[in-house]
Design a protein around this ligand. Structure first.
Ligand code: ATP
Ligand code: FE
Length: 335
């Protein structure tokens, strides 16, 4: 089975070709245009998708060394995401499936961040059901109980900002360019994570809150700058390390609670923030510390990519879960 997958939910235009559960190509075109605005501008995103989609799909097919006539089906991101962006990918997928007379597979982007773990990779053990998934990305922060490929329950989620936003907004306060998450990670590796303390939110149960952290950091920086105008420049590594440490502790506290409540000790992480080196090390260490089995995706499958859409498409293909071209994109959608 050859599946062409298209992902266009936010600001990256991506296409991948899978042969069963193996990735033959995985191409992403980043839209650098948003950096100067400090965040994604939806109208610019959809326009850039329109420019990128043909060359990106072309490159994916070329790298996979197959022709479009060999494709068995086309998978695309149905949602959640920016409506204008989603429409570019879905319209293209629908037209191509009609032209080639092959089935169409609609994929949930958040399910894909989780099921990316089922991509066949040499030396990578796939999780077994049931497991807990911590999905941490630019728009979501969820703990999901994954019973089967398409049987998932959200048992905890953020009540305000997502973790990715917490990283990006903190970075913005520090004067770092968008998206700041990877930069906070980079500087954090050189600083003392216990240099500064920020209070942790008190949210009951398995839910999260991250908006307070951003405010705490803002006030902290404003106060310190009054004493020393160069405070940020002189302490950038330590500030980043402390922010990251605080975020990791919030995530770990809730994960520990989720393990206690469900009795499930298999933990998989997914979403753009799972690229964070501190989170990856902490989770790896939790194996010997708490007796968990942890699943950490390859870097290229953490931030938005089409390979993860392809693997969900493949599972849907196996169960003949096809869509007609009447299927609609959804900006908001659970599972
Ligand atoms: P969603 O998946 O919720 O729709 P999205 O697709 O926009 O949101 P992703 O591409 O999954 O989000 O993740 C992007 C986020 O990941 C950004 O907030 C970015 O700053 C963050 N991120 C990427 N790499 C790192 C890193 N190394 N450390 C911390 N954050 C990171
Ligand atoms: Fe995403």
């Amino acid at each position: 089975v050859f599946i062409l997958a298209i992902e266009s939910s936010c600001d990256d235009t991506a296409a991948a070709v899978l042969k069963n559960d193996q990735v033959l190509s995985n191409v992403v075109a980043n839209q650098l245009i948003h950096n100067q605005y400090g965040g994604v501008v939806p109208e610019l995103a959809s326009r850039a998708h329109q420019q990128n989609i043909v060359p990106v799909i072309d490159a994916a097919l070329r790298k996979a060394n197959i022709t479009k006539e060999q494709l068995s089906a086309i998978a695309f991101t149905q949602g959640p995401g920016l409506m204008g962006s989603l429409l570019v990918g879905s319209s293209f997928a629908k037209s191509l499936s009609l032209a080639l007379q092959i089935p169409l597979l609609a994929v949930n982007h958040m399910q894909a961040h989780i099921l990316a773990h089922f991509i066949a990779e040499e030396g990578y053990n796939k999780p077994t059901f049931p497991f807990l998934a911590l999905t941490i990305s630019g728009g979501h922060t969820q703990i999901v109980k994954v019973n089967d490929f398409f049987d998932m329950e959200i048992i905890g989620e953020t009540t305000d900002d997502a973790v990715g936003e917490a990283f990006d907004k903190s970075a913005k306060i520090l004067g770092l360019p968008y998206p700041g998450g990877p930069l906070v990670d980079k500087y954090a590796q050189l600083g003392d994570p216990k240099a500064f303390e920020f209070t942790k939110p008190k949210v009951p149960g398995l839910d999260f809150s991250f908006s307070g952290l951003k405010t705490a950091i803002l006030y902290f920086i404003q106060k310190k700058k009054l004493e020393n105008p160069n405070f940020v420049e002189e302490n950038l590594n330590a500030i980043c390390a402390s922010i990251q440490h605080n975020i990791i502790e919030i995530l770990m506290d809730k994960l520990k609670l989720a393990v206690k409540e469900t009795g499930i000790k298999q933990i998989a992480i997914g979403g753009g923030v799972s690229a964070n080196s501190g989170i990856r090390t902490t989770l790896k260490a939790a194996e010997s510390k708490y007796g968990w089995t942890t699943y950490i995706p390859k870097f290229e499958y953490t931030t938005d990519n089409a390979a993860m859409i392809g693997i969900v498409g493949y599972q849907k293909f196996l169960s003949q879960n096809f869509e007609t071209s009447a299927v609609v994109s959804k900006a908001r959608i659970q599972f």
